[in-house]
Write a protein that binds this ligand. Structure first.
Ligand code: DQA
Length: 148
């Protein structure tokens, strides 16, 4: 059984109500349900947390050190400036995939830069809730590769 931590950063609790033309009308509960279903189909155990606080996301990454095989994180706007979150990703031994619901490269210029992506396994952007499922798939494929 693969253990995957899923983190949603700031403002993602308002998904479904927040700028629906950008992020869609599905709520975070809908996203989490799809993640849970996908995890069950792929024999993996997910731990999901949303926080608007940088420190809480860092604590969650640290707390999963002896549990997680990988993580999928949507850091929200922290993506673009949080060196503390970047250092936390670099500090943990498991791979982290950065995901975004919107196509960040096609939006405002400041969103094109991620300070976290360079220490991640990769970045997936622009597929709405599917971005999370693709992120989990990437962690699973990487974990299987490592076991082979
Ligand atoms: C986001 C993109 C970020 O630029 C933004 O600050 C978010 C959401 C996304 O999922 O598309 O809060 O991470």
């Amino acid at each position: 059984m693969t253990h995957i931590l899923v983190l949603h950063g700031p403002n993602l609790n308002l998904t479904g109500r927040r700028e629906p033309e950008v992020y869609g009308r599905q709520t975070l509960a809908d996203v989490d349900e799809a993640i849970g279903d996908f995890a069950a189909e792929h024999d993996c155990d997910v731990r999901i947390l949303q926080s608007n606080h940088e420190g809480a996301l860092i604590d969650a990454l640290h707390d999963a050190i002896d549990w997680a095989d990988g993580a999928v994180m949507n850091p929200g706007a922290f993506t673009h400036y949080s060196y503390a979150l970047r250092d936390a990703v670099a500090a943990v031994p498991y791979p982290v995939v950065e995901v975004h619901m919107s196509a960040v490269a096609a939006r405002e210029r400041f969103r094109s830069r991620s300070v976290i992506a360079p220490v991640c396994l990769g970045q997936i952007s622009g597929f709405g809730l599917l971005s999370y499922l693709l992120g989990i798939e990437a962690v699973l494929m990487r974990t299987e590769d490592d076991e082979a």
